[in-house]
Design a protein around this ligand. Structure first.
Ligand code: SF4
Length: 347
């Protein structure tokens, strides 16, 4: 015998174990359902219930909400957080009055044109309000489907999200869509939770790919770490009579105010650079192994280049330049990778 479908198992589980007594579950009024769906975004059910009730007492229908001053709406939202939702709520109520003759839309496509109503929220409102059912895909549902179907890849990535929408659409039953949708939401919120899902209590555990392949803690895949930008710089180890030339770094920026080695682009001509910058005649010596250094926002490859001095101009050094012996340099305020570099010099 064919096992019951995903939807049938979820609906049966929802009847027995799901949430039934929430105030917005006792209505098909799209206005009330919309209000609850917006309040439930990023907010726990227990927090939402009293706000929902107070809000409805003050604004019993969409006309009342649209006619209220924004300050009044914000007062009633105060404490729920994410105040953009309240601004959107007010704008959407005005749009329903102005564009839809105060009749709250019940198709997902029209609902999705309202401010603050995304595709998944629009689908949930349509489905619960008795409009044409449409699949939902909020954060919890993405997690359930990614695990159950073994979908790898970060669900926020466009192609992964498209694949999850396809699955969500395929699973949506033709009949009983509201109970199914509620079941999917309840499963994500109470059983297939982010940490420590209760698979033993899950109605769809028998064919869950993540469970069968022991990948529950790997699915859904986390957001890929952004590769840090990378920069390279050549540092010049200009040596003259047992001393090395240091330059004070500008106060702003990395290593602000520290003494460091003069820098130049990695692809420039160092002899030309020293002539232009210091009026000095030099010869490029040994290229030392590069040093990798990580900052919070980028990675830096330091390419050290030894430089021998043939002629240094006979004038007082410009402010911000300093010749130091290696010994003195050890005590100076130098950036850590430059200190490391100096420590590696054999002679
Ligand atoms: S078996 Fe576990 S991981 Fe799979 S859908 Fe159910 S609760 Fe989620």
């Amino acid at each position: 015998m064919k096992p019951p479908s995903f939807a049938a198992r979820l609906v049966a589980w929802q009847r027995a174990h799901g949430r039934h007594d929430l105030p917005w579950q006792r209505t098909r009024d799209a206005y009330r359902i919309w209000l609850s769906e917006i309040m439930l975004q990023q907010t726990q059910v227990t927090t939402v219930v009293p706000y929902y009730q107070r809000f409805l007492a003050e604004f019993p229908d969409v006309r009342a909400l649209a006619a209220a001053p924004l300050e009044r709406v914000l007062e009633h939202w105060s404490g729920l957080g994410y105040y953009r939702r309240a601004h959107h709520l007010h704008a959407a109520a005005k749009a329903v009055v102005a564009v839809h003759g105060s009749v709250f839309p019940r198709t997902a496509a029209t609902l999705a044109t309202l401010p603050g109503v995304g595709r998944s929220t629009a689908a949930a409102i349509a489905t619960f309000a008795g409009g044409p059912p449409a699949p939902i895909l909020d954060g919890n549902v993405k997690r359930v489907l990614a695990r159950h179907r073994g979908v790898t890849g970060f669900p926020g990535a466009a192609e992964v999200e498209r694949a999850l929408w396809r699955i969500a659409a395929l699973l949506l039953p033709k009949r009983g869509a509201a109970a199914y949708t509620q079941g999917l939401m309840d499963l994500g919120a109470t059983v297939c939770t982010r940490g420590k899902p209760r698979c033993d209590a899950c109605p769809v555990a028998a064919d869950c790919v993540a469970r069968a392949t022991a990948r529950i803690d790997q699915l859904p895949s986390p957001r890929p770490k952004k590769a840090l930008p990378h920069r390279s710089v050549r540092v010049l180890l200009i040596e003259r009579a047992g001393e090395i030339l240091f330059e004070r770094r500008p106060a702003a920026g990395i290593w602000g105010g520290l003494w460091s080695l003069p820098e130049t682009a990695t692809d420039g001509d160092v002899a030309q650079h020293c002539l232009m910058r210091f009026g000095a005649t030099v010869v490029a010596g040994e290229a030392l192994p590069p040093i990798e250094h990580g900052f919070t926002h980028y990675r830096l490859t330091i390419v050290p280049q030894r430089i021998g001095v043939r002629r240094w101009p006979l004038r007082a050094e410009a402010p911000g330049l300093l010749w130091l012996t290696r010994e003195d340099a050890r005590a100076a305020a130098l950036p850590a990778p430059i200190k490391r570099l100096l420590a590696t010099l054999a002679n």
